[in-house]
Design a binder for this molecule. Structure first.
Ligand SMILES: [Zn+2]
Length: 406
C-alpha cells in the first residue's frame, strides 16, 4: 500500500497534462490523486484508490468537478505600489501606450511609487496579489523585480519576493528585471554599467532568472546583449521582453543566448520564430497586455508551424494588465487570437513550467510532481476559457494542502 497524507477523489475529469491515448490532456474520468509531503504518490481511477492507498490526512471529495494541475504563470510583475487606472482610461479613449511613457508617467511613475513604499507595504500588496493568483487557480508564478531600478531598491524588491515565498503556498520563481527600462535621472550608460558590474553579481543568490526588455522605450539590442551575456555567465536563466511594440532584435538575442523564454513577440518574424524553436526557447504570450494596448495578433500560425511551445501568462503589472487571472488570459488568447482551448491549457501549464525549468514537476500531475491542483466547476478542462471573465475555481490545492485565503 502507498502511504499518503492527502487525497482528492471523484474528479469528473482529471487532466494530468501527460498525453495519453491520443488525448493531449491525458485525462482520467472519475479520477483520484494521492500525495505525501507535497508530491503526488498515486494517480488513477477513483475506484482503484482504496485498494492501493492508505490515507492518513485530508480527503477532498471534488464531487465530479474538473481537476487540472495548478496553473503556472510564466510572466508576472507582482511587486509594485500605486495605480495607473487613469492611464488605462486614457488608452481606452485612444492614447497609445508608447505616448504614455515619460519621466513622470508610465513605468517611471510606478518606479517612483514603489521606491517610496517601505518593505512591509510592498509585502502586503504582493501577498494580496498572491491570494488572488491562488483564488484563480494559479499555484506557481514567475515573479519579476523591475520597479526599483537601482541597487538598493532592486534588493528591496528581491527581499519582498523572498519573504513572500515564505508566507504563501504559491510557488514564487524570482526573476531580476533591473533591465526593465533605464530609470529616470541617471545616465543610461552608467545604469547599464551598474547592472553589469554591481547588480547582476550581487543578486545571483536571490534570483533564478534575469530578464531584459529589448526595444524602445527600454534597452537597445547592444545593451540587452551585454546585460544578458553577463547574466548568462553568472548562471542566471534568461528571459527577454522582445518585439512587443515593434519589430526588433530581441527575439534574435533570445535565440542566440538560448533564453528560456522570449515574451510578448507580437512583431517577431517567421525566421526569428524558427530560431527560437531551434534554441529550445518558450514563447511566453501575454494576451492581457496585448488587449489593453490594442496590440496586433502575435504570429501564432508561424509558431504552430515551427512547433515553438507557446505559454500563456497574465503579465500582471500596473500599466497594461492588472490581472492575476490566467483563465481570463486564456479566454483572451482564444477569442482575440484564435488559439484553441487545448493550446491555452497547455500554455498555462506544461509550456509555462518548461520556461521556468520546472518540466515534469509543475503544470502536470504525475507521480513525483507537485501536488498542485485547481478544482473548477466546469464540464471539461476545455470549457475553462469559455467562461470569459468568471472565476469558476472552487478550490486550489498547493503542495497537497487545500488553500484558504490568508
Ligand atoms: Zn512584462
Amino acid at each position: 500500500m502507498i502511504r499518503a497524507d492527502f487525497a482528492l477523489r471523484h474528479a469528473g475529469q482529471l487532466a494530468t497534462m501527460v498525453p495519453a491515448a491520443g488525448d493531449p490532456l491525458g485525462r482520467i474520468r472519475d479520477g483520484a490523486l494521492a500525495a505525501r509531503e507535497g508530491r503526488v504518490v498515486w494517480i488513477g481511477e477513483d475506484r482503484e484508490l482504496e485498494s492501493q492507498v492508505t490515507l492518513d490526512g485530508d480527503l477532498l471529495d471534488t464531487q465530479g468537478a474538473c481537476v487540472i494541475p495548478g496553473l503556472v504563470d510564466a510572466h508576472t510583475h507582482p511587486v509594485f505600489a500605486g495605480s495607473r487606472a487613469d492611464e488605462f482610461a486614457e488608452r481606452a479613449s485612444g492614447v497609445p501606450y508608447a505616448v504614455q511613457q515619460s519621466e513622470e508617467r508610465g513605468i517611471a511613475r510606478t518606479v517612483r511609487a514603489t521606491r517610496e513604499a517601505d518593505e512591509p507595504t510592498l509585502l502586503a500588496l504582493a501577498q494580496a496579489r498572491a491570494n488572488r493568483f491562488l483564488a484563480n487557480g494559479t499555484t506557481t508564478i514567475e515573479a519579476k523585480t523591475g520597479y526599483g531600478l537601482d541597487l538598493d531598491n532592486e534588493a528591496k524588491l528581491l527581499d519582498v519576493l523572498r519573504k513572500l515565498a515564505g508566507r504563501t503556498p504559491l510557488r514564487v520563481v524570482p526573476t531580476f528585471l533591473g533591465a526593465h527600462v533605464p530609470p529616470p535621472g541617471i545616465d543610461r550608460d552608467l545604469y547599464v554599467r551598474s547592472l553589469i558590474d554591481e547588480m547582476l553579481p550581487a543578486f545571483r543568490p536571490w534570483a533564478d532568472f534575469c530578464d531584459a526588455w529589448c526595444e524602445a522605450p527600454a534597452f537597445t539590442a547592444k545593451e540587452t546583449r551585454a546585460i544578458l551575456t553577463r547574466a548568462r555567465s553568472l548562471g542566471y536563466g534568461l528571459r527577454v521582453h522582445a518585439a512587443q511594440l515593434a519589430p526588433g532584435e530581441g527575439p534574435d538575442i533570445a535565440a542566440a543566448l538560448e533564453a528560456r523564454s522570449a515574451d510578448h513577440l507580437e512583431f517577431a518574424t517567421p525566421a526569428q520564430i524558427r530560431a527560437l524553436a531551434k534554441a529550445g526557447t518558450v514563447a511566453v504570450l501575454c494576451p492581457g497586455a496585448n488587449f489593453t494596448t490594442h496590440g496586433p495578433r502575435p504570429p501564432i500560425d508561424a509558431m504552430r508551424q515551427a512547433t515553438l511551445p507557446m505559454a500563456i501568462a497574465s503579465d500582471l503589472n500596473p500599466g497594461t494588465s492588472n490581472s492575476e487571472s490566467l483563465p481570463h488570459a486564456m479566454s483572451l488568447a482564444c477569442v482575440q487570437w484564435g488559439m484553441t482551448p487545448v493550446e491555452v491549457l497547455l500554455g498555462a501549464t506544461v509550456h509555462a513550467a518548461r520556461s521556468l525549468k520546472l518540466d515534469g514537476v509543475a503544470g502536470c500531475l504525475q507521480v513525483g510532481s507537485f501536488a498542485d491542483c485547481a478544482i473548477l466547476d466546469v464540464e471539461t478542462p476545455e470549457a475553462i476559457p469559455y467562461y470569459v471573465g468568471v472565476n469558476r475555481v472552487i478550490a486550489t490545492v498547493a503542495g497537497g494542502v487545500t488553500w484558504q485565503p490568508s
